[in-house]
Design a binder for this molecule. Structure first.
Ligand code: G3I
Length: 347
C-alpha cells in the first residue's frame, strides 16, 4: 500500500476532507498556510468572503474578486468547492433590511440567490443554501427572511438554486444539530422543503463541538437520523473547543469581561499535555464514528487551518487562546492530527 502522507490521502476512499480558508490564504499572502491546505485537504470552503455582506455589499453590485480567487484556487488544485452561504440572517448585507415592502424583499432575495448561483454555476460543487434557520427548540428562527417572506422562503431558496445550477449539491447547514429538539426541527423542515418542491441534497452538521459534548451517541444518532431522510450528511465547520463556555461556569455572566479571567482563558501559555491528549482522543472518537458511517458522509470540513486562525479565539469573549484544530499556531500537526491518521490502519 502507498504511504499515507496527508489527510486527503488517508480518507480518500471515505469522504472529502475540507478546510475553511480565510482571505489571506485565498489571496495567497499567507503562502505557508496555503501550502498546508494544498497538501492536506481536497475540499475548501470560504470562511467569510461568500457571505452576503462581503460578496453582495450593495443591492446593485456584487464584489466577486475574492470569491473568484477562491474558486480558481480550488480549480487549480482539483478540490471540491463548497459555497457558504446563500441565505443567512447574520453577516447580512445591510441593504436587505432597508427594503420595507415584502414583495420587493422577496424579489431582491430571489435575485441574490439566483445571481450568485449563476455566477458560480458549474464551479461551486455544493452550496449551503440556507444557514442557521432554526431555533434551539426546533422552531424556525424569526429572521428577516421569515418575517418578510414567511416559511416559504425555505423551499423557494432551494428551488431557485436548483433552477440555476441543477448539478450542485444543495445543503441545509446549522449548528447544534445533535440536540434532539433541533434535530427534529431540521428533519421536519427538510421534509417540508422537499414536499414543497425544493431540492435538498444534504444536511450540514456544523461541528462546533467541545471535549465532552455532544456525546458520541448523539453524534452517531444524528448522522443516522439525517441520513434516513435520503440526503447526504456533511460534517461542516468542525472544531473542538478546549475552553469552558462562560454559560457553563457556575455564577458566570456572559456580560462580564472575561478577557483576563484565568478560569475562562487558562491556557495562554500553551496547552498542557494532558489536554492535548484529551483533544487527540476526542478527535479519534469522532472520526471513528465518521469512518463507521462513511457511506453516509460526503465531507468533513474543519473550520480553519491552524489554532491561531480559529474564530474560537474570539468567541464567546475576546482575547482567548483556544486550541480547537489539527494544526498548531506554527501549522505543525498536533497529536490530534496523528490520532486521526492512525485510525486509518484499522479500516
Ligand atoms: O476583516 C475584518 C477586519 O478588517 C476588521 O478589522 C475586523 C474588526 O472586527 O473584522 C474583520 O472581520 C471579521 C471576520 O470574521 C474576519 O476575521 C468580522 O468582524 C467577524 O465578524 C468575522 O467572524 C466570522 C463569523 O462567522 C461571522 O461571520 C468568523 O471569522 C467565522 O469563522 C464565522 O463562521 C461562522 C459560520 O459562517 C457559520 N456558522 C458559525 C461560524 C462561527 O461563528
Amino acid at each position: 500500500t502507498p504511504e499515507v502522507r496527508s489527510l486527503q490521502d488517508a480518507f480518500s476512499k471515505d469522504f472529502y476532507v475540507g478546510v475553511a480558508i480565510n482571505g489571506r490564504i485565498i489571496d495567497q499572502t499567507d503562502s505557508l498556510s496555503l501550502n498546508v491546505v494544498k497538501k492536506e485537504f481536497n475540499s475548501i470552503t470560504a470562511e467569510n468572503i461568500m457571505k452576503s455582506m462581503n460578496i453582495h455589499p450593495k443591492r446593485d453590485s456584487f464584489n466577486f474578486e475574492m470569491a473568484d480567487k477562491f474558486v480558481s484556487l480550488g480549480e487549480e488544485y482539483d478540490m471540491f468547492i463548497h459555497g457558504h452561504t446563500l441565505i443567512w440572517h447574520s453577516q447580512l448585507s445591510p441593504w436587505f433590511s432597508t427594503i420595507e415592502d415584502s414583495l420587493e424583499f422577496a424579489t431582491a432575495t430571489k435575485k441574490h440567490v439566483k445571481d450568485l448561483a449563476q455566477h458560480f454555476r458549474g464551479k461551486v460543487d455544493s452550496w449551503d443554501v440556507v444557514n442557521e434557520a432554526l431555533n434551539e427548540d426546533g422552531t424556525l428562527r424569526n429572521s428577516i427572511f421569515l418575517k418578510k417572506m414567511g416559511e416559504e422562503y425555505l423551499p423557494s431558496a432551494f428551488k431557485w438554486t436548483a433552477e440555476v445550477d441543477p448539478n450542485a449539491d444543495l445543503y441545509y447547514n446549522d449548528y447544534n444539530m445533535t440536540n434532539p429538539d433541533k434535530r427534529q426541527g431540521a428533519i421536519s423542515m427538510v421534509k417540508k422543503i422537499k414536499e414543497q418542491g425544493g431540492k435538498v441534497d444534504g444536511i450540514g452538521m456544523q461541528g462546533h463541538w467541545h471535549l465532552n459534548s455532544p456525546s458520541l451517541e448523539e453524534i452517531e444518532q444524528s448522522i443516522l437520523d439525517y441520513s434516513a431522510l435520503g440526503v447526504k450528511v456533511a460534517i461542516t465547520e468542525l472544531d473542538v473547543s478546549v475552553l469552558p463556555n462562560p454559560w457553563d461556569l457556575e455564577g458566570a455572566e456572559i456580560s462580564q469581561n472575561f478577557e483576563n479571567n484565568e478560569r475562562m482563558n487558562p491556557y495562554t501559555k500553551g496547552l498542557p499535555d494532558s489536554v492535548q491528549v484529551q483533544l487527540a482522543n476526542r478527535y479519534k472518537d469522532i472520526f471513528n464514528i465518521f469512518l463507521k458511517h462513511r457511506d453516509k458522509i460526503s465531507r468533513v470540513t474543519f473550520w480553519g487551518l491552524g489554532d491561531g486562525q480559529s474564530w474560537l479565539n474570539g468567541f464567546p469573549i475576546r482575547g482567548r487562546t483556544n486550541y480547537p484544530l489539527l494544526f498548531d499556531r506554527d501549522l505543525r500537526p498536533k497529536a490530534a492530527y496523528d490520532s486521526i491518521m492512525a485510525l486509518k490502519e484499522r479500516f
